[in-house]
Ligand binder design. Sequence first.
Ligand SMILES: Nc1ncnc2c1ncn2[C@@H]1O[C@H](COP(=O)(O)OP(=O)(O)OP(=O)(O)O)[C@@H](O)[C@H]1O
Length: 243
Amino acid sequence: MLRFENVTAGYNSSTALEGVSLKVPEGKIVSIVGANGAGKSTAINTISRLVSIYSGKLYLDDRDITRMKPAEVVELGVVQVPEGRQLFAPLTVEENLKLGFHRLARLPDAADRYQERLAYVLDLFPVMKERFSQRAGTMSGGEQQMVAVSRALMAEPRLLMLDEPSLGLAPMVVDRIFDILARLREDGLTILLVEQHADAALELADYGYVLAVGRVRAEGPGADLRNDPALHHSYLGNVGAHA
Ligand SMILES: Nc1ncnc2c1ncn2[C@@H]1O[C@H](COP(=O)(O)OP(=O)(O)OP(=O)(O)O)[C@@H](O)[C@H]1O
């Protein structure tokens, strides 16, 4: 579904990704792992077209999106759950979800689709039913992450991208979020997950990439990367290391 071909990208002429080639096949979970500053967020923001591409090509379903604007990429169904959730704190859960639906609000069948999407996310996160009128900023970190994922799902994504969803969350909460990602894959969604928490992200992933200093240092089935102690030692700074 998504393909980087030898992409070099960065900020104000500094390079944060160098010659990166990677693929996210339809219906799979692909994880990008790496230490702080490796370029993981830059990879997601490159797809969202928030980062300048200096050379190489980016394709979505064989369509060249290298020069597209951020809003055009969203229109194609590429939706991001940003690092740190970035919910609208003073707004309620319901209002945050409505904002997620914005992309589809102009469609003739918007009312039916809204109800359908809402039923879908409430089935995934039943606890939100009781929290509908609560202000997002007053919720726990885990609950906020669930709202952030739900808000993205309201947009009916074809490709869901998550930037460090585990950040600041207890391991049990992370497990729950990752269980939901596995369920979304069962439902046919394509997912790109960026994580410092390498073990959990690679365990979940069909395929993984290890980034270090803007380059792909290793790639392969998630389980193979996870069980390679040399990778942990060299590139992952033992974050979430497999003992
Ligand atoms: N807005 C920006 N302007 C300039 N440089 C940036 C910007 N955002 C990131 N960088 C630089 O790009 C490089 C990659 O950063 P990036 O945030 O993609 O890494 P990361 O792997 O996501 O790390 P983290 O887990 O800390 O978010 C770093 O050297 C960083 O300083």
